[in-house]
Unconditional design. Structure first.
Ligand code: F3S
Length: 283
């Protein structure tokens, strides 16, 4: 049977594992209703299993009156957190510490009189949270968006955790032409790039690659693209049931990787399912 190798960096990152742990712990100990504000992660299987443990999802803090409300890894604006507390909810803050660092950096820069520039995707919950900590900040996705923009003399830059260094460099380079002082707090988290690098390396060697993760998860879809460019026999799946024995015929190395919202036990379940299929068990 082929060798099955899981990429050296794959699956749930530190922030997601931590958030899952916090929610599971709360579910074990909680008396009253327990909700997450929005789905905890982009992973339908995990959200469904949390639901079985009694963890519901609300979209508005007002719906969690008298309950325990978990804030997701993306973080929220101070106004949302306030609304949750005012509604009488007990708040569990599962904001990833790296996201928190970006939020606090934006707040500090703004207090110190810098015009804050956030490098990131407008409308993304994490960026909205950062914006809430530095009202009036400018959000730019790339350097081109600064064309024609008027910025202050002193500019403070923070970055959405999933952005690339190349993008940050290009924005900072452009800002150097526009402002007198540019202060940069690098709030990029390397988890995403590390997963992409490990997946690319594995896909070059593998005959077949299995990418696990939600179809609606942007980072998983991107991982699948990176892999299929290097290994055409790449398959993006959400659950082990989607695996087909035919995919592995004649393969000597099967690579497995997963997006940041895939917990490690799901990766192990898929790796064992591949092994069983290749051994002809259950056919
Ligand atoms: Fe946190 Fe980085 Fe994950 S910011 S949630 S550890 S991708």
């Amino acid at each position: 049977r082929p060798r099955i190798v899981v990429a050296s960096e794959a699956g749930a990152c530190y922030g997601v594992e931590r958030a899952l742990e916090l929610v599971r712990e709360a579910a074990r100990g909680s008396e009253g209703p327990l909700y997450t504000l929005g789905p905890l992660i982009h992973n339908p299987q995990v959200v469904a299993s949390l639901e079985e443990d009694g963890v519901g999802v609300v979209e508005d803090p007002g719906q969690a009156a008298g309950a325990t409300l978990v804030l997701r890894t993306h973080g929220v604006t101070p106004a949302t957190e306030r609304a949750a507390r005012e509604a009488g909810a007990a708040v569990i803050d599962a904001t990833c510490p790296y996201v928190k660092k970006a939020h606090l950096a934006a707040e500090r820069l703004s207090e110190e009189g810098y015009q804050v520039v956030i490098v990131g995707e407008k409308g993304h919950p994490e960026v909205e949270g950062t914006l809430g900590h530095a009202p009036g900040a400018l959000v730019v996705a790339d350097a081109a968006e600064l064309d024609g923009a008027r910025v202050g003399r002193r500019v403070g830059v923070v970055v959405q955790t999933t952005q690339t260094r190349a993008c940050l460099r290009a924005v900072v380079d452009r800002l150097l032409d526009l402002a007198e002082e540019v202060r940069v707090v690098n709030t990029i988290c390397d988890a995403t790039t590390e997963r992409q690098r490990a997946a690319a390396k594995l896909a070059l060697e593998a005959d077949v690659v299995i990418v696990i993760g939600g179809r609606i998860s942007a980072n998983t879809t991107h991982l699948a693209e990176i892999c299929s460019e290097r290994c055409p026999a790449t398959h993006h799946i959400e659950t082990p049931e989607e695996l087909e024995a035919g995919w592995f015929e004649g393969a000597s190395l099967v690579g497995v990787t997963a997006g940041a919202s895939t917990p490690h036990e799901q990766i192990e379940a898929v790796a064992s399912a591949i092994a069983r299929l290749c051994d002809g068990v259950g056919e």
